[in-house]
Design a protein around this ligand. Structure first.
Ligand code: ADP
Ligand code: MG
Length: 342
């Protein structure tokens, strides 16, 4: 478990946990390990336990489809298919098709074929390594989402290429798990899917969920986001990185350069109904930098239904218009400048 991610999760849980639950007899809390991270499902009301059980089962099922290392997963099969067509589950096809759309819309800022670079930099095994320019260029020849073809029930991945759904899988898992919780008639639940938060309804006292936004420069909570029935997903280099020769290298790689992202953003938080959109965009917009993220929101934010909270390297915060009244700085952070984006 990555320590910094744990802190982020804890702060989200703590903020959410202070809801007024005393009037509700049924509360189910289920914590477990999946998709390489800790998850917690908290559901309230009649049927909370069975809803939480079903949501957990769904996440474990999706994990077994999308794991890069599990020899029985869809992703393992396609990564070892040597260019031949590979049948796979509808869930995997749907997620890949959705991801490829976002790849296209973000000009390849997110790209599931980046996997060979993620592996080379050591983020899969945690045996970190700084590759040479030559090594990076050789691997970049195998990074190009446009070469992936997804057809009904199958996918063709050219030989030498590998994919990984790490940048979108938790978001989709949270979204599908939340749908299951809702189908159980639950109107108050909080799913913490490895730091990706998916809320169902509101708190049991009818108030919005209050989620802590992590300060990328310390272990503190820089602000609080109030939401109902939304997903809230943050990507940032601070979540996972290593240091070599006094330089930090983070786990999000720019598919155009093969280098860990090092731009003017410290974190990107995406708020939307759709958890998959949040996860895909948090990674992609982090790669694009502050100006790129703002202009992507201006072009697509209202039509696609998402809002952003961007924290820059110099601790400025940019908040888009749909979420600005639901965002408040924490005590002690009042000096920070919050720029409204409209
Ligand atoms: P996390 O899942 O760690 O919270 P992200 O959703 O931002 O954070 O996904 C980052 C993960 O996605 C990395 O750990 C890596 O496996 C993979 N990845 C890194 N860079 C990219 C990229 N540009 N496009 C697609 N996947 C990426
Ligand atoms: Mg992501």
């Amino acid at each position: 478990m990555r320590f910094r991610t744990l802190i982020a999760i804890l702060s989200a849980c703590l903020m959410a946990g202070c809801s007024g639950v005393s009037d509700v007899s049924d509360k189910a809390v289920d914590s477990f390990f999946a998709m390489d991270t800790y998850m917690t499902i908290t559901a309230y009301g009649d049927g909370a336990a069975s809803a939480a059980d079903a949501a957990k089962a769904e996440i474990l099922r999706l994990d077994s489809l999308w794991s890069v290392t599990d020899e029985n997963s869809d992703i393992y099969a396609v990564n070892n298919s040597n260019g031949s067509p590979q049948q796979m589950s509808d869930d995997t096809i749907d997620l890949l098709e959705y991801t490829l759309d976002i790849c296209e819309k973000t000009s390849g800022a997110i790209d599931p074929t980046i996997y060979p670079l993620v592996e080379k930099w050591g983020f899969v095994t945690e045996k970190y390594y700084v590759p040479s320019e030559n090594e990076i260029n050789i691997l970049l020849q195998h990074v190009d989402y446009t070469k992936l073809s997804v057809t009904d029930g199958g996918i063709i991945l050219p030989e030498g290429m590998m994919i990984d759904l790490g940048a979108v899988g938790k978001g989709r898992a949270g979204q599908l798990a939340a749908e299951i919780v809702r189908e159980h008639g639950i109107t108050s639940a909080l799913l913490d899917v490895g730091g990706n938060i998916q809320t169902v309804g509101s708190r049991t006292d009818g108030e919005a969920w209050r989620l802590g936004l992590r300060d990328p420069f310390s272990d503190g909570t820089i602000g609080v986001i109030s939401v109902r029935d939304k997903a809230v997903v943050t990507s940032g280099g601070y979540e996972r990185f290593f240091v070599s020769d006094s330089k930090e290298y983070c786990h999000i790689i720019d598919p155009h350069s093969g280098m860990p992202v090092d731009n003017d953003l410290a974190s990107v938080t995406v708020i939307a109904d759709n958890g998959t959109l949040c996860d895909a965009l948090s990674t992609a917009l982090y790669v694009m930098g502050c100006d790129g993220a703002v202009s992507y929101w201006k072009d697509n934010g209202i039509s696609d239904g998402f809002d952003l909270i961007l924290i820059t390297d110099s601790s400025d915060i940019y908040v888009t218009e749909g979420i600005i009244t639901d965002f408040a700085l924490s005590d002690g952070y009042e000096h920070i400048e919050v720029h409204a984006v409209s």
